[in-house]
Design a protein around this ligand. Structure first.
Ligand code: HEC
Length: 132
């Protein structure tokens, strides 16, 4: 414990020494340079507002794994409790509705669990699966 503290101090001290060594030449620069520096500071001072965070991309495989995999095996590539989804004859819209509403007695509806975007992405994913 004591050793660690000593080491930390040594690190702080040595970095302090380094910093001083680097800054010393600047200490000798003219007042003009100092003025320049402060005007640059002023120009950059008002920080630009941060860009709004990008909408997080939906990880469709994760979504599928968490909600659908226990019935639709192999990420929809194989039949399980539910049918194989790859190569479905349903239209994109029908797939969307099936996910949203489910099918009574067979598949739960996800309209209340998942967002429209998430259902959309799942429908895109299923329609894009290779049929073979
Ligand atoms: C409890 C098991 C179960 C879960 C969980 C489940 N499904 Fe299903 N799913 C089924 C069954 C069973 C069917 C067949 C229903 C029928 O008789 O038409 C089906 C049918 C489908 C169909 C229609 C396929 C076709 O061509 O007829 C789609 C699309 C589908 N599921 C997508 C999903 C998605 C996406 C999820 C996850 C968000 C999901 N399912 C979760 C059991 C499930």
């Amino acid at each position: 414990m004591k050793r660690a503290t000593n080491n930390t101090w040594r690190r702080v001290l040595s970095s302090g020494v380094c910093l001083t060594a680097l800054l010393t030449p600047l200490g000798h620069s003219s007042a003009l340079a100092a003025d320049e520096a402060s005007s640059t500071d002023a120009a950059t001072a008002p920080a630009a507002p941060a860009a709004p965070p990008e909408k997080p991309k939906i990880d469709v495989r994760k979504l599928f794994a968490m909600n659908c995999s226990w019935c639709h095996d192999g990420y929809g590539m194989h039949a399980g409790k539910g049918p194989k989804l790859a190569g479905t004859t349903m239209s994109h819209e029908q797939v969307y509705l099936r996910i949203e509403k489910g099918k009574s007695g067979a598949m739960p509806g996800y309209g209340k669990v998942l967002s429209k975007d998430q259902i959309q992405v799942l429908a895109d994913y299923i329609k894009a699966l290779p049929s073979e």
